[in-house]
Write a protein of this length. Structure first.
Length: 225
């Protein structure tokens, strides 16, 4: 069974030309699927469609075996698929790092003690314990990116959707991000312009061209024909 199956997706923003014209993809357990394409091709839009933040004008979205059409159909999808936005400031809104990471587990019904233990475990595992009590908006861009990822992983998603995850990362934090992602068991769909990053993480690449997804053999380590 596919974790996600998008078929013949069409989408356009109001007042603008359509940007997706029949895009289709399948994501299976164990996949690390890269998506690339030029700016404005619709890559970020595709991720938002997958979790129901946008609705397609045409086409079908099937997630975890269920067809999803209306917003209510995506509630369970958002519990099982974690989207890390391109801009970490769109994702982090609590005063401190610990509160941001604990927010998801608390909404899943964890006790405050359980949620804080998740925070501590994640940050210590990544050698980021020094960030736990920091003021979120005072972090560097790279630190915010790692905290945004931690806030998603704290909810133990089955699938990770990553939108340009190397944005705002210096060399040291990018290396840390690569190490973290390589160790994770989740299926991943990542949007990235960076071919070096894609080769380190991905095992298959699709290129978004003229609103459709096409196989590419040049961008990930084990890309398929």
């Amino acid at each position: 069974m596919s974790l996600f199956e998008l078929s013949n997706i069409h989408f356009g923003y109001v007042g603008r030309p359509p940007i997706l014209h029949g895009a289709s993809l399948k994501l299976h357990a164990g996949d690390r699927l890269c998506i690339t394409g030029h700016n404005g091709a619709g890559k970020s839009t595709l991720l938002r469609l997958m979790v129901g933040l946008l609705q397609p004008n045409k086409g079908t979205i099937k997630a975890f075996g269920q067809h999803c059409k209306k917003d209510k159909d995506f509630h369970f999808v958002r519990q099982r698929a974690g989207l890390v936005f391109q801009d970490a400031d769109d994702q982090l809104f609590c005063p401190t790092v610990a509160e941001d990471i604990a927010f998801g587990p608390l909404n899943q019904g964890k006790s405050p003690e359980e949620a804080m233990q998740i925070v501590t475990n994640l940050l210590q595992k990544w050698d980021l314990g020094y960030l736990q009590d920091r003021i979120t908006h005072k972090l560097s861009g790279g630190e915010k990116r790692l905290v945004a990822l931690a806030s998603v992983l704290a909810m133990e998603p089955q699938v990770l959707l990553l939108d340009e995850p190397t944005n705002a990362l210096d060399e040291a934090n990018e290396l840390r991000l690569v190490e973290i992602l390589q160790e994770l068991p989740q299926a991943m769909l990542l949007v990235s312009h960076d071919p070096h990053f894609r080769r380190k993480i991905g095992n298959r690449t699709l290129r978004l061209v003229d609103g459709e997804l096409m196989e590419s053999t040049a961008s990930c380590r084990h890309a398929v024909a």
